[in-house]
Design a protein around this ligand. Structure first.
Ligand code: SF4
Length: 209
């Protein structure tokens, strides 16, 4: 089964795959992706409605009292660090970009708390640039589906996926692989009995040998 056939199958399994973080504009998505690091989207979505009501834009986050901001996100892991990064990122957006989140990769990754994966998510979601953001789910299932070598790190995985998938499917591929990893081929208890990829699965081949 080639990579495009894998994606076609994933489309059948997850026709509604898409961004699960709630946001109304690019700046809000940047805040949400900072909060989502090593946390679940569902957990982030529990705090962001009230957070975005209290702090409406980059200026409001910049001017926020750090302790109050921490309190608003304290149900999320690493909240102190994340609150500090959000305030810093908001300050940088105000100083460098007149309060609007930039739409180019280099400016995005220059912001506090925004790394390669987050920048790719923002570019893909808000600015309709084709990108494959590789998170822990995408990395894991790419390995199990034989789309990367076991030793490949996140960057190498991203490069290999981009080489195998036509550019017009990159952003969609990110969502499909992520949903597959989040809801079927999970880290600890993959539902192999429901999986259409048992014939090509690297883990299954290991079990047989
Ligand atoms: Fe994942 Fe199981 Fe499918 Fe392999 S067979 S890709 S481990 S769900």
């Amino acid at each position: 089964m080639n990579t495009e056939a894998i994606l076609d199958k994933l489309e059948e399994l997850f026709p509604d795959a898409g961004c699960e973080l709630m946001y109304k504009d690019p700046f809000q998505l940047a805040v949400a992706v900072i909060l989502a690091a090593q946390a679940t989207d569902a957990g982030v979505n529990k705090v962001t409605p009230a957070l975005f009501e209290k702090y409406e834009d980059a200026q409001a986050f910049r001017d926020a009292d750090l302790k109050e901001l921490e309190d608003s996100v304290k149900s999320i892991g690493l909240y102190r660090n994340k609150a500090a990064n959000i305030k810093k990122m908001a300050t940088e957006v105000c100083e460098r970009h007149q309060g609007k989140l930039p739409s180019d990769y280099d400016s995005l990754i220059a912001l506090s708390g925004i790394g390669r994966k987050s920048a790719n998510v923002i570019l893909s979601e808000c600015f309709k640039v084709q990108r494959i953001a590789v998170d822990t789910h995408v990395q894991r299932v790419s390995g199990r589906l034989g789309l990367r070598e076991e030793s490949d790190d996140v960057l190498k995985c991203e490069e290999k996926l981009m080489a195998q998938i036509p550019e017009n499917r990159w952003s969609r591929a990110h969502h499909l692989l992520l949903f597959f990893g989040r809801y079927l081929c999970t880290a600890k208890r993959p539902q192999c009995e429901r999986c259409p990829f048992t014939d090509i699965c690297v883990e299954k081949k290991k079990e047989k040998s």
